[in-house]
Design a protein around this ligand. Structure first.
Ligand code: ADP
Ligand code: ZN
Length: 316
């Protein structure tokens, strides 16, 4: 398997790739080779599986009729998703989820039934986003990177030494525990139904809204909400830097569309690492270490394409 460097983007000039990014509000499908070559694209609202599955099969059927048969499918999805064994029947199915109607839904079976014989690969939306950024975006040329998305929930993807990391199931970085001052704990217990004040329970859009009584997007830049978000996210970045040693941390999602959060976050991460990870990337150039994505909302979708290109290369 090739490393995730710009070389692999160069190697992705051939191959017809069908890509799906499944999110909580929309499922985006595309057919093409990469960000510069998309032949067809559609956005399907994430209503029920009974509506979504036939709609995406119809989209690909007409895209393939117009542009030729596909070489591989890449699917990235909200989780938790079963990635444990590509040979098992449950590979690519949604596990326990509060999303009504989606538990146990299998992304690949309708695709396999409609397009038999086409190689298919599945990963999390955030591993996809990490891979997309490493292939075509802000992570070009490096081999280990974390991608955090801070939106309705918080998810984290990890590509380490060129490979998306799954481990036991897949990482759940949004649920890491964050150290907190007593006064802050007493003021807000957090919003995660499982863990209270985990990272997602403190810094996701709904957590901010619950704590301050207004949608995150409506709070002014000088609101104290942002100190709490930066505090929690800085601990998360410190923990990630210490545990997985990524060469870059990319932070996307609706909350971090607020770019004013980045300078404060970088300063606090550098201060808390306290010179211990004594490399220029952190000590001198943290502005290039913790960065927004290049591909914006499309990182996951193009990550699905990159994943499928890799699958195709691995099989040939
Ligand atoms: P999702 O996680 O559902 O894919 P997004 O990544 O777009 O969606 O994140 C949506 C969240 O981002 C919402 O909770 C919203 O309040 C928050 N948000 C949107 N714009 C801003 C903003 N400018 N500043 C802070 N939070 C924002
Ligand atoms: Zn949690």
């Amino acid at each position: 398997m090739t490393l995730c460097t710009s070389d692999s983007a160069d190697g992705f000039r051939s191959g017809r790739i069908a890509a799906i990014e499944a999110g909580g509000t929309k499922v985006v499908c595309a057919y093409g080779r990469g960000p510069d070559e998309v032949w067809a694209r559609v956005r399907i609202p994430t209503t029920t599986p009974d509506e979504v599955m036939p709609a995406l099969v119809d989209f690909f059927r007409s895209a393939f009729a117009a542009h030729g048969e596909p070489d591989a499918f890449g699917v990235v999805t909200f989780g938790p998703v079963d990635l444990r064994d590509p040979a098992s029947g449950s590979y690519g199915s949604i596990m326990k989820t509060p999303k009504p109607g989606w538990e146990g839904v299998h992304w690949l079976s309708p695709l396999r039934a409609a397009f038999p014989g086409v190689p298919m690969v599945v990963d999390t939306d955030v591993n996809g986003a990490a891979l997309g950024e490493m292939t075509w975006g802000v992570g070009r040329g490096i081999s280990s990177m974390v991608y955090l998305t801070v939106g309705t929930g918080i998810g984290g993807g990890l590509v380490a030494e060129g490979r998306p990391v799954h481990g036991l199931l897949h990482p759940e970085m949004g649920h890491m525990r964050i150290p907190r001052e007593l006064a802050d704990r007493q003021a807000f217990a957090g919003n995660c139904p499982f863990h209270g004040d985990c990272l997602e329970g403190l810094a996701s859009g709904p957590a901010i809204e619950r704590r301050w009584g207004r949608p995150a997007g409506e709070l002014p830049d000088d609101h104290p909400a942002w100190d709490a978000v930066v505090d929690a996210m800085a601990w998360a970045c410190v923990n990630l830097a210490c545990i997985v040693s990524p060469q870059r941390i990319v932070i996307g999602g609706g909350v971090f569309q607020r770019e004013s959060l980045f300078p404060a976050l970088r300063n606090l991460v550098r201060q808390r690492l306290a010179g211990y990870i004594d490399v220029p990337e952190i000590v001198d150039h943290i502005d290039r270490y913790i960065v927004p994505p290049d591909l914006g909302q499309d990182a996951g979708l193009f990550g699905a394409m990159a994943l499928a290109h890799r699958e195709r290369a691995a099989r040939s």
